[in-house]
Write a protein that binds this ligand. Structure first.
Ligand code: B16
Ligand code: MG
Length: 213
């Protein structure tokens, strides 16, 4: 149905689920600072960079903070978040995701990760995919986070595949905007990507990739 040579996967919300850990770590910081934060606000952080996430949380703060203070808050949150990540294991990778990835590879697709997260390599190694992908583009490679297409264009360049021949799998609207902005095929998988109106296709589940690629 789609002609692509490569598939670029978002990480959080597509390959595995760390939003609960982001929530717990941001909640701890927000509580310490006396700022209201709930799971609905947490949903706005999908695909958004760490500093941009902090700005969303600080929207409810009565106090203004300096750049230095903000960087310290982001580091504090990240240290708590990484403690949660250390509890992850290959059991956090579903059978459906693993068998679908293997089947796509067997069909000849190049497979890459395009994630806003600076913790991408740690997460992949914890779930047993440390050496799996043909290319990884993450928060460490880019200056502009999704919805900017930079992370996906970086993944395509690392793969050596033209953007038009890359399909992107995303759970975040910001991620679909990034994929389409980069001239790629946008495949929505749940989250606020689903039915956002910009996607080329709504996946019924991860395994549905094998029906369309
Ligand atoms: P970090 P993705 C994103 O990953 C998360 O969805 C988002 O909630 C997070 O703020 C962002 O990574 C940055 O993460 O603090 O680990 O650098 O969905 O693009 O794989
Ligand atoms: Mg995501």
């Amino acid at each position: 149905m789609f002609t692509a040579k490569a598939v670029i996967f978002d990480l959080d919300g597509v390959i595995c689920f760390t939003d609960k850990y982001h929530y717990l770590a941001w909640k701890k910081l927000a509580d310490r600072l006396g700022i209201y934060f709930d799971e609905q606000i947490n949903n706005r952080l999908r695909g958004v960079s760490r500093m941009a996430s902090l700005e969303i949380i600080l929207e409810r703060s009565e106090k203004e903070y300096t750049q230095e203070e903000k960087e310290a808050f982001a580091e504090e949150k990240n240290n708590d978040y990484r403690e949660y990540l250390m509890t992850m294991s290959p059991a956090d990778l579903s059978e459906e995701v693993k068998t679908t990835l293997d089947a796509l590879r067997a069909k000849g697709y190049l497979l890459a990760i395009g994630s806003s997260s600076k913790n991408t390599k740690l997460i992949l190694s914890k779930i047993g995919l440390g050496e799996y992908f043909d290319a990884i583009a993450d928060g460490n490679d880019i200056t502009h986070s999704k919805p900017d297409p930079e992370v996906f264009l970086c993944a395509a360049a690392k793969l050596g595949v033209p953007a038009a021949e890359c399909a992107v799998v995303e759970d975040a609207l910001a991620g679909i905007q990034a994929a389409k902005g980069g001239g790629m095929i946008g495949l929505a998988l749940g989250g606020d990507a689903e039915n956002c109106g910009l996607e080329d296709y709504d996946l019924k589940g991860f395994g549905d990739l094998l029906n369309i690629l």
